[in-house]
Design a protein around this ligand. Structure first.
Ligand code: NAD
Ligand code: G6P
Ligand code: MN
Length: 440
């Protein structure tokens, strides 16, 4: 089996320890020669980098592990790029969430104006990253998790239309699948999902078990009767528990399919707004919980010189999925994953240039999506509106167009009113100086 060279971009991310751990537990499926961690933040990179060297020296001593802030070192002889960066860091995520909330609209990392603001920051870095990687690695696979993944995916598709080896992925469908599997007490690896939509904007229509039985009816019944919890509920913050609980509300109103949790912001903006606190948003929670925990734990491991007793770097869905996606490509296993691809008729009554999120078989030739066919009017209406928002966001960036930015925000279901959209846009322009291109 070929041994791969991989680079983790955003090597100082809070998710990196979990991915590294997943790499050490999947060596038989995805064998490694060299792991490079690359980040622009030297301090963060050093902590996670030292942790990585300790982890691998104990679990996979044959694998070379280096960390760097030098692109020249990072992007050489690479087979796979795993990418998860946050342009502007948590300081700017804080602004994405709080500025809209102060103006009376939803503030969230990937949805509504927060996702719009983050999108305009991420596009620049992601385009640059693809160019940097491609300089010396024409065939490397670029697996991207960077949010807002919907907007990043659309922008990369527009800027690099001939690219066949960039794959944008989100772990939420698999997080949900794991939670459904627990609810029906079934092995998640034996469930085959049927899914359609855009990223953070989709639905499971069917979930087949090994015998070919669709388990969605039973799942709906269970959720309607007893509510819904994430599989890893004990590790989740209150806001995530609240998010999962909203699935029941969505099913009560729209009982046809199982919704992605992110749809709550678009379907119930007034209610969600009443529950969000502009003084304390998800950024505060992450900084106090995940970020603090990860860096404290990595520092402790560095001090002790061993990762053997570590609790933090457990095998979460995120790390597992990232490595399993790479393994399915590397070994041409053609396993099913829910991923983002250019529509091109997969959902026959949606625009062909939209980046849909659908179930696909994933092998050496990349994702081969399954046909979805026509979708119902309600879903088509919602998705076309959201796609128009995403497309105008990308065009606003590429054309530096204020008008398109205003059109995008006006279309977004979390805003609707154009005067409100203008206020939010002007405040976000001010906050994002130096990150966004100027809009005219
Ligand atoms: P984080 O801030 O802890 O980590 C991001 C890291 O990226 C930081 O260390 C930062 O210095 C680095 N970085 C920023 N710009 C960079 C650049 N241009 N090049 C290299 N490194 C750069 O954030 P986090 O909470 O760990 O999340 C990381 C990213 O992963 C976010 O975009 C988040 O939304 C995304 N994410 C996506 C999914 C998904 O399902 N698609 C799941 C989890 C996380
Ligand atoms: C889910 C989403 C991701 C998001 C992640 C973490 O997995 O699919 O897109 O980045 O949650 O969100 P958090 O608010 O915990 O940083
Ligand atoms: Mn996601």
């Amino acid at each position: 089996m070929k041994k791969h060279n991989i680079v983790l971009v955003g090597g100082g991310s809070t998710w990196t320890p979990g991915i590294l751990k997943a790499m050490t537990t999947h060596l038989e499926q995805f064998s490694l020669n060299k792991v490079i961690l690359y980040d622009i933040n030297k301090e963060r990179q050093e902590v996670i980098g030292k942790f990585a060297q300790i982890l691998f020296s104990e679990e996979a001593p044959d694998v070379e592990v280096i960390y760097t802030t030098d692109k020249e070192v990072a992007f050489k002889d690479i087979d796979f790029v795993f990418c998860q960066i946050r342009t502007g860091g948590f300081d700017m995520r804080d602004r994405d969430e709080k500025i809209p909330l102060e103006l009376g609209v939803i503030g969230q990392e990937t949805c509504g104006p927060g996702g719009f603001a983050y999108g305009l920051r991420s596009i620049k870095d992601m385009v640059e990253l693809v160019r940097d990687v491609r300089e010396n690695n024409p065939d490397a696979w670029i697996l991207n998790y960077t949010n807002p993944a919907a907007i990043v995916a659309l922008a990369l598709d527009k800027v690099f239309p001939e690219e066949k080896r960039i794959l944008n992925i989100c772990d939420q469908p698999v997080n949900l699948l794991r939670s459904y599997a627990k609810l029906i007490d079934y092995d998640v690896d034996k469930l085959e999902p049927v899914y359609f939509g855009l990223n953070h904007f989709g639905w499971f229509t069917n979930i087949y078990d090994k015998q070919g039985k669709d388990r969605v009816p039973e799942l709906k019944q269970k959720i309607l009767a007893g509510g819904f919890n994430p599989v890893d509920a004990e590790q989740r913050s209150q806001s995530w528990l609240d998010t999962y609980a909203m699935v029941k509300d969505m099913l009560e109103d729209f009982p046809e399919y199982l919704p992605n949790t992110y749809l709550q912001y678009y379907l119930y903006p007034d209610y969600k707004l009443s529950k969000l606190d502009p003084e304390w948003t998800r950024t505060d929670e992450v900084r106090n919980e995940r970020e603090q925990k990860i860096f404290e734990e990595c520092n402790r491991i560095i001090e002790n010189g061993t990762a053997k007793d570590s609790k933090v770097v457990h095998n979460d869905a995120h790390g597992d999925m990232m490595v399993e996606v790479a393994a399915s490509i590397a070994n041409n296993w053609k396993q099913t994953f829910v991923v983002m691809v250019r529509n091109n008729g997969i959902v026959s009554n949606l625009p062909s240039d939209s980046m849909v999120e659908v179930h696909a078989s994933l092998g050496a030739n990349g994702p081969q999506p399954y046909a979805v066919g026509e979708i119902g009017t309600f879903y088509k209406g919602l998705i076309e509106n959201q796609h128009a928002f995403e497309k105008l966001t990308v065009e606003a960036y590429l054309e530096q167009s204020y008008t398109k930015a205003l059109q995008a925000l006006t279309l977004n279901r979390t805003i609707v009113d154009a005067k409100k959209a203008r206020k939010v846009l002007d405040a976000l322009i001010e906050a994002n100086k130096g990150y966004w291109p100027p809009l005219y």
